[in-house]
Design a protein around this ligand. Structure first.
Ligand code: MHF
Ligand code: KIV
Ligand code: MG
Length: 291
């Protein structure tokens, strides 16, 4: 079936390839309303992280409709062990760069640890900086029931919120990096968290490292889109950390990562070739010189 066929979606509306988040014709910047409409059409979509303007411009040109300036920048860009040390100043600077590097993607910025846990007013102050100074279209924060008041105030104030439940890496010191929602009680908690963020007004919710069957149930239950990472094939969207997806991160990868390239190999080989040219005197040559 091609993307332009008028096959009915599960909601019974005709598919509209021109409006598709990925592969659609519109060049204007995507909004949260476009994301909401995609779920109504039963359309799946991709999301990647980005932390700098140049990388973001590559993904924007490739048609990636939503980019997350993740606090995974802590690991992947800033050299920390976890996301915990990342500051709001750092997120603001990286988010502004990603906005400048893109023209079509919806840019979502993570609120970092410590920038919203004090309560809704702190969350609004932090999110307002990301919207005003960086120009992002939405923010993301971790936690289900425990963060519903923060989500409510941001949404009331006109800032779209993507929620994030399941494994929430900012809680690594209390939770570790373990699968969430295994067993009946944990599954019920995850469902309560999912409903809490939807009721609070979140426009989408990330499900991180939850059993595929449970993620499918959450996706069927909610009217807002679910964005899976390690959550199986049945979520509305999928997100990966870009340096993992392109084979740049190095070291042991979580099971949910698929590597679509070996950038670490490509970059290392290029660096060695340059070094050998310099040491051996074969770079620069006449064509690289000015007189
Ligand atoms: N480079 C990178 N990729 C990510 O996906 C990522 C980050 N950094 N930093 C922030 C969080 C932390 N994330 C993590 C970190 C570790 C595991 C992990 O060790 N997962 C094990 C499963 C553990 C279990 O079975 O309970 C795995 O093998 O997938 C998963 C997600 C996801 N996020
Ligand atoms: C993995 C995604 C969902 C994230 O929160 C991040 O990259 O920081
Ligand atoms: Mg994050």
């Amino acid at each position: 079936m091609t993307q332009l066929s008028a096959a009915p979606t599960p909601q019974g509306k005709p598919a509209d390839g021109n409006r598709a988040l990925y592969g659609g014709k519109s060049n204007r910047r995507i909004t949260v309303r476009d994301i909401t409409a995609a779920k109504e059409r039963g359309e799946k979509w991709p999301m990647l992280t980005a932390y700098d303007a140049m990388t973001a411009s590559v993904f924007d040109e490739a048609g990636i409709p939503v980019m997350l300036v993740g606090d995974s920048a802590g690991n992947c860009h800033l050299g920390y062990e976890t996301t915990v040390p990342v500051t709001l100043d750092q997120m603001t600077m990286l988010s502004a760069a990603v906005v400048r590097g893109t023209g079509r993607a919806l840019i979502v910025a993570d609120l970092p640890f410590g920038s919203y846990q004090e309560g809704p007013v702190q969350a609004l102050r932090s999110a307002t900086r990301l919207v005003k100074e960086a120009g992002v279209g939405a923010v993301k924060l971790e936690g289900g029931e425990r963060s519903h008041r923060q989500i409510e105030l941001l949404v009331e104030s006109g800032i779209p919120v993507m929620a994030h439940i399941g494994l929430t890496p900012q809680s690594v010191n209390s939770m570790g990096y373990r699968v969430q929602g295994r067993g009946e009680e944990a599954a019920q908690q995850l469902l309560r968290d999912a409903k809490a963020v939807q009721d609070a007004g979140a426009f989408a919710v990330v499900l991180e490292l939850v059993p595929a069957e449970l993620a499918a149930e959450v996706t069927r239950t909610l009217h807002i889109p679910t964005v899976g990472i390690g959550a199986g094939p049945d979520t509305d969207a999928q997100v990966l950390v870009w340096t993992d997806m392109l084979g740049l991160t190095g070291g042991r990868m979580p099971k949910f990562v698929k590597q679509y390239a070996d950038l670490r190999g490509v970059m290392g080989d290029a660096a060695k070739a340059f070094a050998e040219d310099v040491v051996g005197g074969t770079f620069p040559q006449e064509e690289h010189s000015v007189h």
